[in-house]
Design a binder for this molecule. Sequence first.
Ligand SMILES: Nc1ncnc2c1ncn2[C@@H]1O[C@H](COP(=O)(O)OP(=O)(O)OP(=O)(O)O)[C@@H](O)[C@H]1O
Ligand SMILES: [Mg+2]
Length: 386
Amino acid sequence: MFGRPEQTRDTMGPAFLDPDRKGSRAQEFEEMLASRVVGQERAVRVMSSLYQIFLAGLDQRDRPIGTLLLLGPTGTGKTHVVERAAEALFGTSSAIVKIDCAEFQHSHEIAKLIGSPPGYLGHRETGPLLTQENLDRYQTEDNQLSIVLFDEIEKASDSLWQLLLGILDKATLTLGDNRRVDFSHSLVVMTSNLGAREISELISGGVGFAAAKAVKNSTNVTDEKIYRTALEAARRNFSPEFMNRIDKVVVFRSLQEQHFRQILDLELQAVQNRIIHCDGSSFTFQCSDAVKEVLLEDGIDPHYGARHLKRAVERILVYPLSNLIATKQVQLGDFVYVDLSPETGKLIFSRYHSADTFCEIPKPEIARAISRNIPTQSARGIFSAA
Ligand SMILES: Nc1ncnc2c1ncn2[C@@H]1O[C@H](COP(=O)(O)OP(=O)(O)OP(=O)(O)O)[C@@H](O)[C@H]1O
Ligand SMILES: [Mg+2]
């Protein structure tokens, strides 16, 4: 049974194998996640390793496919990575059974998760959330698994903890009416902000763009410390029984300036996708580098993560764009170039009609000249909206 390793036919020596090579599906999954989740490589790798274990059929039958605890500062991508994984596997970010632990503090709220025993008040009013049907709802022929997300677990009540421990340990849950729910095909992800404040202090003493720049090169020095800080906070707050049932703890890094820059490009792409899906006036737009700098300057705050940047994009860019759509100043097929006026510091929006022969990306100088009403040949269909 434990004989010599398999030998190659021509050399009769052992055939060395490559245990680091992933199958194409796990590889594709990892690449898709990596293209959308910035700066959290470990989280991406852990997710794809668990998916690979599932694909290879090596997940343990009486446990969930994987149990993951995601820790780290707010707005650094904990929920985002789970949503992107759902998108990669099932085509939509909402293919997740999500439990916001803060919402289930009392026993009657737990009934919303598992239902009440027959005969109890409210037994038939609304179906419980954690049924087998809800768990299996998004599964496809290729991906017979589900993603279950327990968000902000530090806020979970005692009864929710009991329920969670049962799921992590035995992969089963008994509903109010005694039906059993099987979690052995589920990837159970839990997120928590525990230790986030200490990490934030560790990473940067200040707030804003300057602070973000100051910590630019300190990533490697502090990563180890961040990991230990978060883990210690989790150990202080969570019981050993719980920590013992977690397969992997991933601590998310605080985002650095270069991460914010990449996230900005993703967010601008997301705005473009929203425009493409809006009724009737789908157009394309591009921001100059100067506009990107304005968005970053306003949107980088290491203490609040990428949410602050998203808000800056909405306020500075999406509001005026939505005005342009609502007042029909842009139409289907137009191209809009967004630049910054050096004189006023306001944004200049220049439109190029689809019918125009001018189809190159406009030069900033042209847009500026036009905004100052200097007639040029390519001024047709261009306006300023500072
Ligand atoms: N690493 C990242 N890569 C790409 N986008 C990110 C990243 N982190 C955050 N974002 C963007 O910021 C938004 C907020 O991030 P997310 O909801 O994942 O924060 P979180 O870490 O779960 O924070 P909290 O602990 O407050 O729940 C996401 O929807 C996403 O658009
Ligand atoms: Mg979150």
